[in-house]
Design a protein around this ligand. Structure first.
Ligand SMILES: NC(=O)c1ccc[n+]([C@@H]2O[C@H](COP(=O)([O-])OP(=O)(O)OC[C@H]3O[C@@H](n4cnc5c(N)ncnc54)[C@H](OP(=O)(O)O)[C@@H]3O)[C@@H](O)[C@H]2O)c1
Length: 252
C-alpha cells in the first residue's frame, strides 16, 4: 500500500452517509467504499438507495447497505442507527449530508411548514443522529462525524435565508459537538461551494458565468467533493476537529 493509500485507508470501517443515494452523498459513499469501508446509503427513497448500494458493492466489493429514512423526522433516526449497529456492530464515520435548499420568490412565500422542514432536515436531524451515533462512538473508543454545510452559511443571501440560517446553526453545532465527543470522536464541517448536482438545477442566474468572481471561476463536478470528504473521514485528519473545511472554489 502506498503512503497516501495508507493515510486515507478506511478498511474495516463502517461509514454512514445520509443523502447517500444521489449527488455529493453518492460520491462520498462510493469514495469511502473505494478506500475499503463498508457503507450505509440512507435517503427517503429506498429503491434509489438500493440501486446506489448495488452499484457501490459491484464496483468496490464492499458491503453497501441501503436504508430508507426521512432525516427530518426525529423519530425515524433511532431506527437508522440501531439498524447500522445490528448489521455491522459498529459505526466509525457518520456523514450528515442530506439537506434541502428551497427556492422562493418572496419572503412571504416561505411558510412556517417550509421553514420547519428546512430546519428539521438541515439542523435537527444531524443533531439527533450525531447525538445517537456520537455517544456510541465514544463508548466504542473512536469515530468521526462530518457535517455537510454550505458556503451560503458564511455568505447568506436573501434568496436562501432559511437554508443559510439552518446551515449556520449546523456550523455552530459542529464546533460544540467536537467538545462534547472529544477527545475520542472528531466532528468537523465540510463546506461545499457550488456543485453541479440535482440541487443546482434550481439555480437561476442571469450572468453568463455566475461564478466569475470565485477564485476558480466555475462550479464543481460532484466527484470533486471526494478529496476533502475523505480527509475528514479518515485518519489523515487525526488532529482536525471542530473545524470548517471549505471546498468552495474560493468564494468571493
Ligand atoms: N450542490 C451544491 O451546490 C451544494 C452546495 C453547498 C452545500 N451543499 C450541501 O450538500 C449536501 C448534498 O447536496 P447535493 O447537492 O448532493 O443534493 P442532492 O443532489 O439534491 O441530493 C440530496 C440527497 O439527500 C437525500 N435527501 C433529501 N431529502 C432527504 C430527507 N428528508 N431525508 C433523507 N434524505 C434526504 C436525497 O435522496 P432522496 O430524495 O431519496 O431522499 C439525495 O440522496 C446538502 O446538505 C447540501 O445542502 C450542496
Amino acid at each position: 500500500m502506498g503512503y497516501a493509500d495508507e493515510l486515507f485507508d478506511l478498511t474495516g470501517r463502517v461509514v454512514l452517509v445520509t443523502g447517500g443515494s444521489r449527488g455529493l452523498g453518492r460520491q462520498m459513499a462510493l469514495a469511502a467504499a473505494r478506500c475499503g469501508a463498508d457503507v450505509v446509503v440512507a435517503s427517503r427513497k429506498y429503491d434509489t438507495c438500493v440501486a446506489t448500494a448495488e452499484e457501490i458493492a459491484a464496483e468496490t466489493g464492499r458491503t453497501a447497505m441501503p436504508y430508507g429514512v426521512h432525516v427530518g423526522r426525529w423519530d425515524e433516526l433511532d431506527g437508522l442507527v440501531d439498524a447500522v449497529y445490528d448489521r455491522f456492530g459498529k459505526l466509525d464515520v457518520l456523514v450528515n449530508n442530506a439537506g434541502m435548499s428551497p427556492t422562493y420568490d418572496r419572503l412571504t412565500d416561505v411558510t412556517e411548514k417550509l421553514f420547519d422542514a428546512v430546519v428539521n432536515l438541515n439542523l435537527k436531524g444531524p443533531f439527533r443522529l450525531s447525538a445517537l451515533a456520537g455517544e456510541r462512538m465514544v463508548a466504542d473508543g473512536g469515530g468521526a462525524i462530518v457535517n455537510v454545510s454550505t458556503y451560503g452559511s458564511l455568505r447568506p443571501h436573501p434568496s436562501f435565508i432559511p437554508y443559510a440560517a439552518s446551515k449556520a446553526g449546523l456550523n455552530a453545532m459542529t464546533e460544540a459537538l467536537a467538545f462534547a465527543f472529544g477527545p475520542t470522536v472528531r466532528v468537523n464541517t465540510l463546506m461545499p461551494g457550488p456543485f453541479l448536482t440535482d440541487i443546482s438545477k434550481a439555480w437561476d442566474f442571469a450572468d453568463d458565468n455566475p461564478f466569475a468572481r470565485h477564485a476558480l471561476q466555475r462550479a464543481a463536478s460532484p466527484a470533486e467533493i471526494v478529496g476533502a470528504a475523505l480527509f475528514l473521514m479518515s485518519d489523515a485528519s487525526s488532529f482536525t476537529t471542530g473545524s470548517i473545511l471549505r471546498a468552495d472554489g474560493g468564494m468571493p
